[in-house]
Design a protein. Structure first.
Length: 359
């Protein structure tokens, strides 16, 4: 290379994040490890070029290290630098960090994604929480934000009572929320049609924690795993039983994975997705950055199995509603046909879909 050659681009935010996580894992528990982890998360979430997104909050000792890593020309050089810094151990990406998009990768994928998969084109804002369970804002605040973002329908999806940690809704709670949903629809339903969902628990044996009569009281029943998420025994049977439960509309964040912490359940996904298709259960692509569940490979598998897919933000605050962009990027990378994505439907068509899939 000559001195006049154009400078090569540094590593991507995702690659820089991975380098920081790897170095963190090679530190003993303590402040240094914590600072490296924090910097790794900042790189994952930053829209700015890698090093600037990370440096703002970094302690003084970390800044030159980040500069060094961000200055590597290409990912091979970055891997070599990580190996040198960790006394000869080659970098190894943990399974819990595979197939996650950094925020800047989301932007890059969306820049060339089909028009139908652009977040601003989605009509339905699916799967978000309110302060009735573990969300931070009131139902009406969340709904107003959905409307402002251009949605024409939205599905509030608070937790059912089975999830004690999230203080889910009991039967009375569901009914109280129903009245607020109806009040919203009387006043502003033409602008944003609000539907009441419920994120029910799939118990360890695959049963759903909401009784049959109560399942029919909500417009849209999501089922999800939040417990028993170890990647030990295969959990196909648990999932098959859940999606065959009458009244279930959506299998939410199917694996239950969590970035850097948990790989999620093991299952024979071909069988699970075939059962979703046969039972008319849509499969969710959850865009919450630490979940990204399904990832693009499993989303492809679900699309190939003939499933309907639904994109979700899993927002717990108004500012999270934009996280459906991650789900759009996953769908785009998986090349899911746009006509399979339920968020594209007009409000009436989505209501019809729910009716059709209620039995
Ligand atoms: Zn959940
Ligand atoms: Zn949720």
């Amino acid at each position: 290379m000559t001195a006049t050659a154009a400078p090569l681009r540094g590593p991507s935010n995702g690659a820089l994040a991975e380098a920081l996580f790897t170095l963190a894992e090679r530190e003993p528990a303590g402040d240094r490890r914590l600072a490296l982890l924090r910097a790794g998360y900042a790189a994952m979430d930053s829209v700015r070029p890698a090093r600037r997104g990370v440096l703002d909050d970094a302690p003084p000792w970390l800044k030159p290290l980040v500069s060094q890593l961000a200055g590597c020309r290409g990912e091979g050089a970055l891997a070599a630098a990580v190996e040198r810094l960790s006394t000869g151990q080659p970098p190894h990406r943990r399974a819990t960090r595979q197939r996650f998009f950094s925020r800047s990768e989301v932007e890059r994928v969306l820049a060339t994604a089909p028009e139908d998969l652009q977040p601003q084109r989605l009509r339905g804002a699916f799967h978000w929480h309110t302060d009735a369970s573990d969300g931070r804002a009131a139902l009406e605040t969340m709904a107003r934000t959905c409307a402002r973002r251009g949605a024409s329908w939205a599905v509030v999806s608070d937790h059912s009572r089975g999830l004690e940690v999230a203080s889910g809704l009991d039967h009375e709670g569901v009914r109280l929320q129903r009245r607020r949903v109806e009040r919203w629809n009387r006043r502003r339903g033409d602008e944003l049609h609000l539907l009441q969902g419920l994120e029910a628990e799939i118990l360890l044996d695959g049963t759903v924690d909401v009784p049959a009569a109560e399942r029919r009281e909500v417009d849209c029943l999501l089922v999800a795993l939040h417990k028993g998420l170890g990647s030990g025994p295969d959990q196909t049977e648990r999932l098959l039983r859940a999606v065959a439960t009458p009244g279930v509309h959506v299998l939410a964040h199917p694996r239950g994975r969590l970035f850097h912490h948990r790989q999620g359940v093991r299952a024979r996904w071909e069988l699970v997705f075939a059962a979703c298709r046969d039972n008319g259960v849509a499969v969710e692509i959850n865009g919450f950055p630490r979940r990204q569940d399904l990832d693009w490979e499993l989303a492809r598998l679900a699309a190939d199995a003939g499933c309907d897919l639904i994109l979700a933000s899993d927002a717990h605050a108004p500012s999270h509603l934009e996280l459906d962009a991650y789900a759009c990027a996953i769908a785009a990378r998986a090349e899911v046909p746009a006509e399979r994505i339920l968020n594209r439907l007009q409000p009436d068509a989505f209501a019809d879909w729910l009716d059709l899939h209620s039995s």
